[in-house]
Design a protein around this ligand. Sequence first.
Ligand code: FE2
Ligand code: FE2
Length: 305
Amino acid sequence: MDQPNYIRVRDSQINYYIEVPLYHQTGKNGYCLYKPAGTKLTEIRLNQKRHPRLFIQQTDRIIAIREIQKEFNRQISDSIKTGNALKVKATLCNLVEETLAEPRSGTLRSAPETIDSLITGYSKHPDILKAFASISFKDYTTVIHSVNVMALTLGFCFYSNFPLQKTRKIGLAALLHDVGKTEIPSSILKAPRKLSTQEFNIMKTHPTVGREIIRDKNKIGGGVAEGAYEHHEKLDGSGYPLGTTRISYIGQLLGIIDCYEALTNEDRPYRRARQPLETLKFLKNDVEAGKFSRDIFEKFCYSLI
Ligand SMILES: [Fe+2]
Ligand SMILES: [Fe+2]
């Protein structure tokens, strides 16, 4: 019989596991139950780090991700109440990292909860999302990019006074727009140089893969999957994957905000990051060239103030 596989859990997350049993290693391939399902590790053990390295079974991975997502969502709601932007962003990035870890297994389905905590929090601390832009972390990753795009997009929705339902949908699309990148090799994602034609062709598959993951694997529809599919399309037909000029509103909005965010951050080590104003001037050229909607672009500029 096949031995079950075990995955090491992060020490910082051990106290989040209740339903998931934890195991410790007893020999080269031997594992023993350390904490059964339905219980929490005692505070004393946690505080004094009186526990060995702990593991979960591979088969419990999805329940484990759900438990972690639940705890992170709770922490985000708490930090929003206290107005702590740094804490909110750091927790959010951890949460999105877990959420994007196995998106084909349905882990994206808890993402609307996260958007809801942020929307509720925004009404109490409207400055929190704006503060996100000035908080940068050492490694720029798809996770941080997605969180930034979501914060900017929610800012746009609040500025536009969109109804709650619409804001929720667009915020979710923003958070998940690059989920297809989880299947692009990191040698391409992190290449410290311009991509070769072949590599760029692989990169260009991420909107299609993203739509499939969102729509087919997570059953999230309603424009969210389309937004992910269309965020690299341009109104003059010069985008990808289709090169179409017919792009949904969410697709057009995400296209602008995605470019803005990528240009203001160091998304490629060989390229320097631009200042916000310089970036907007750069994007204005694309608006003049017919690539982006003037109306959405102008509204986006105002929403940044
Ligand atoms: Fe993208
Ligand atoms: Fe993106």
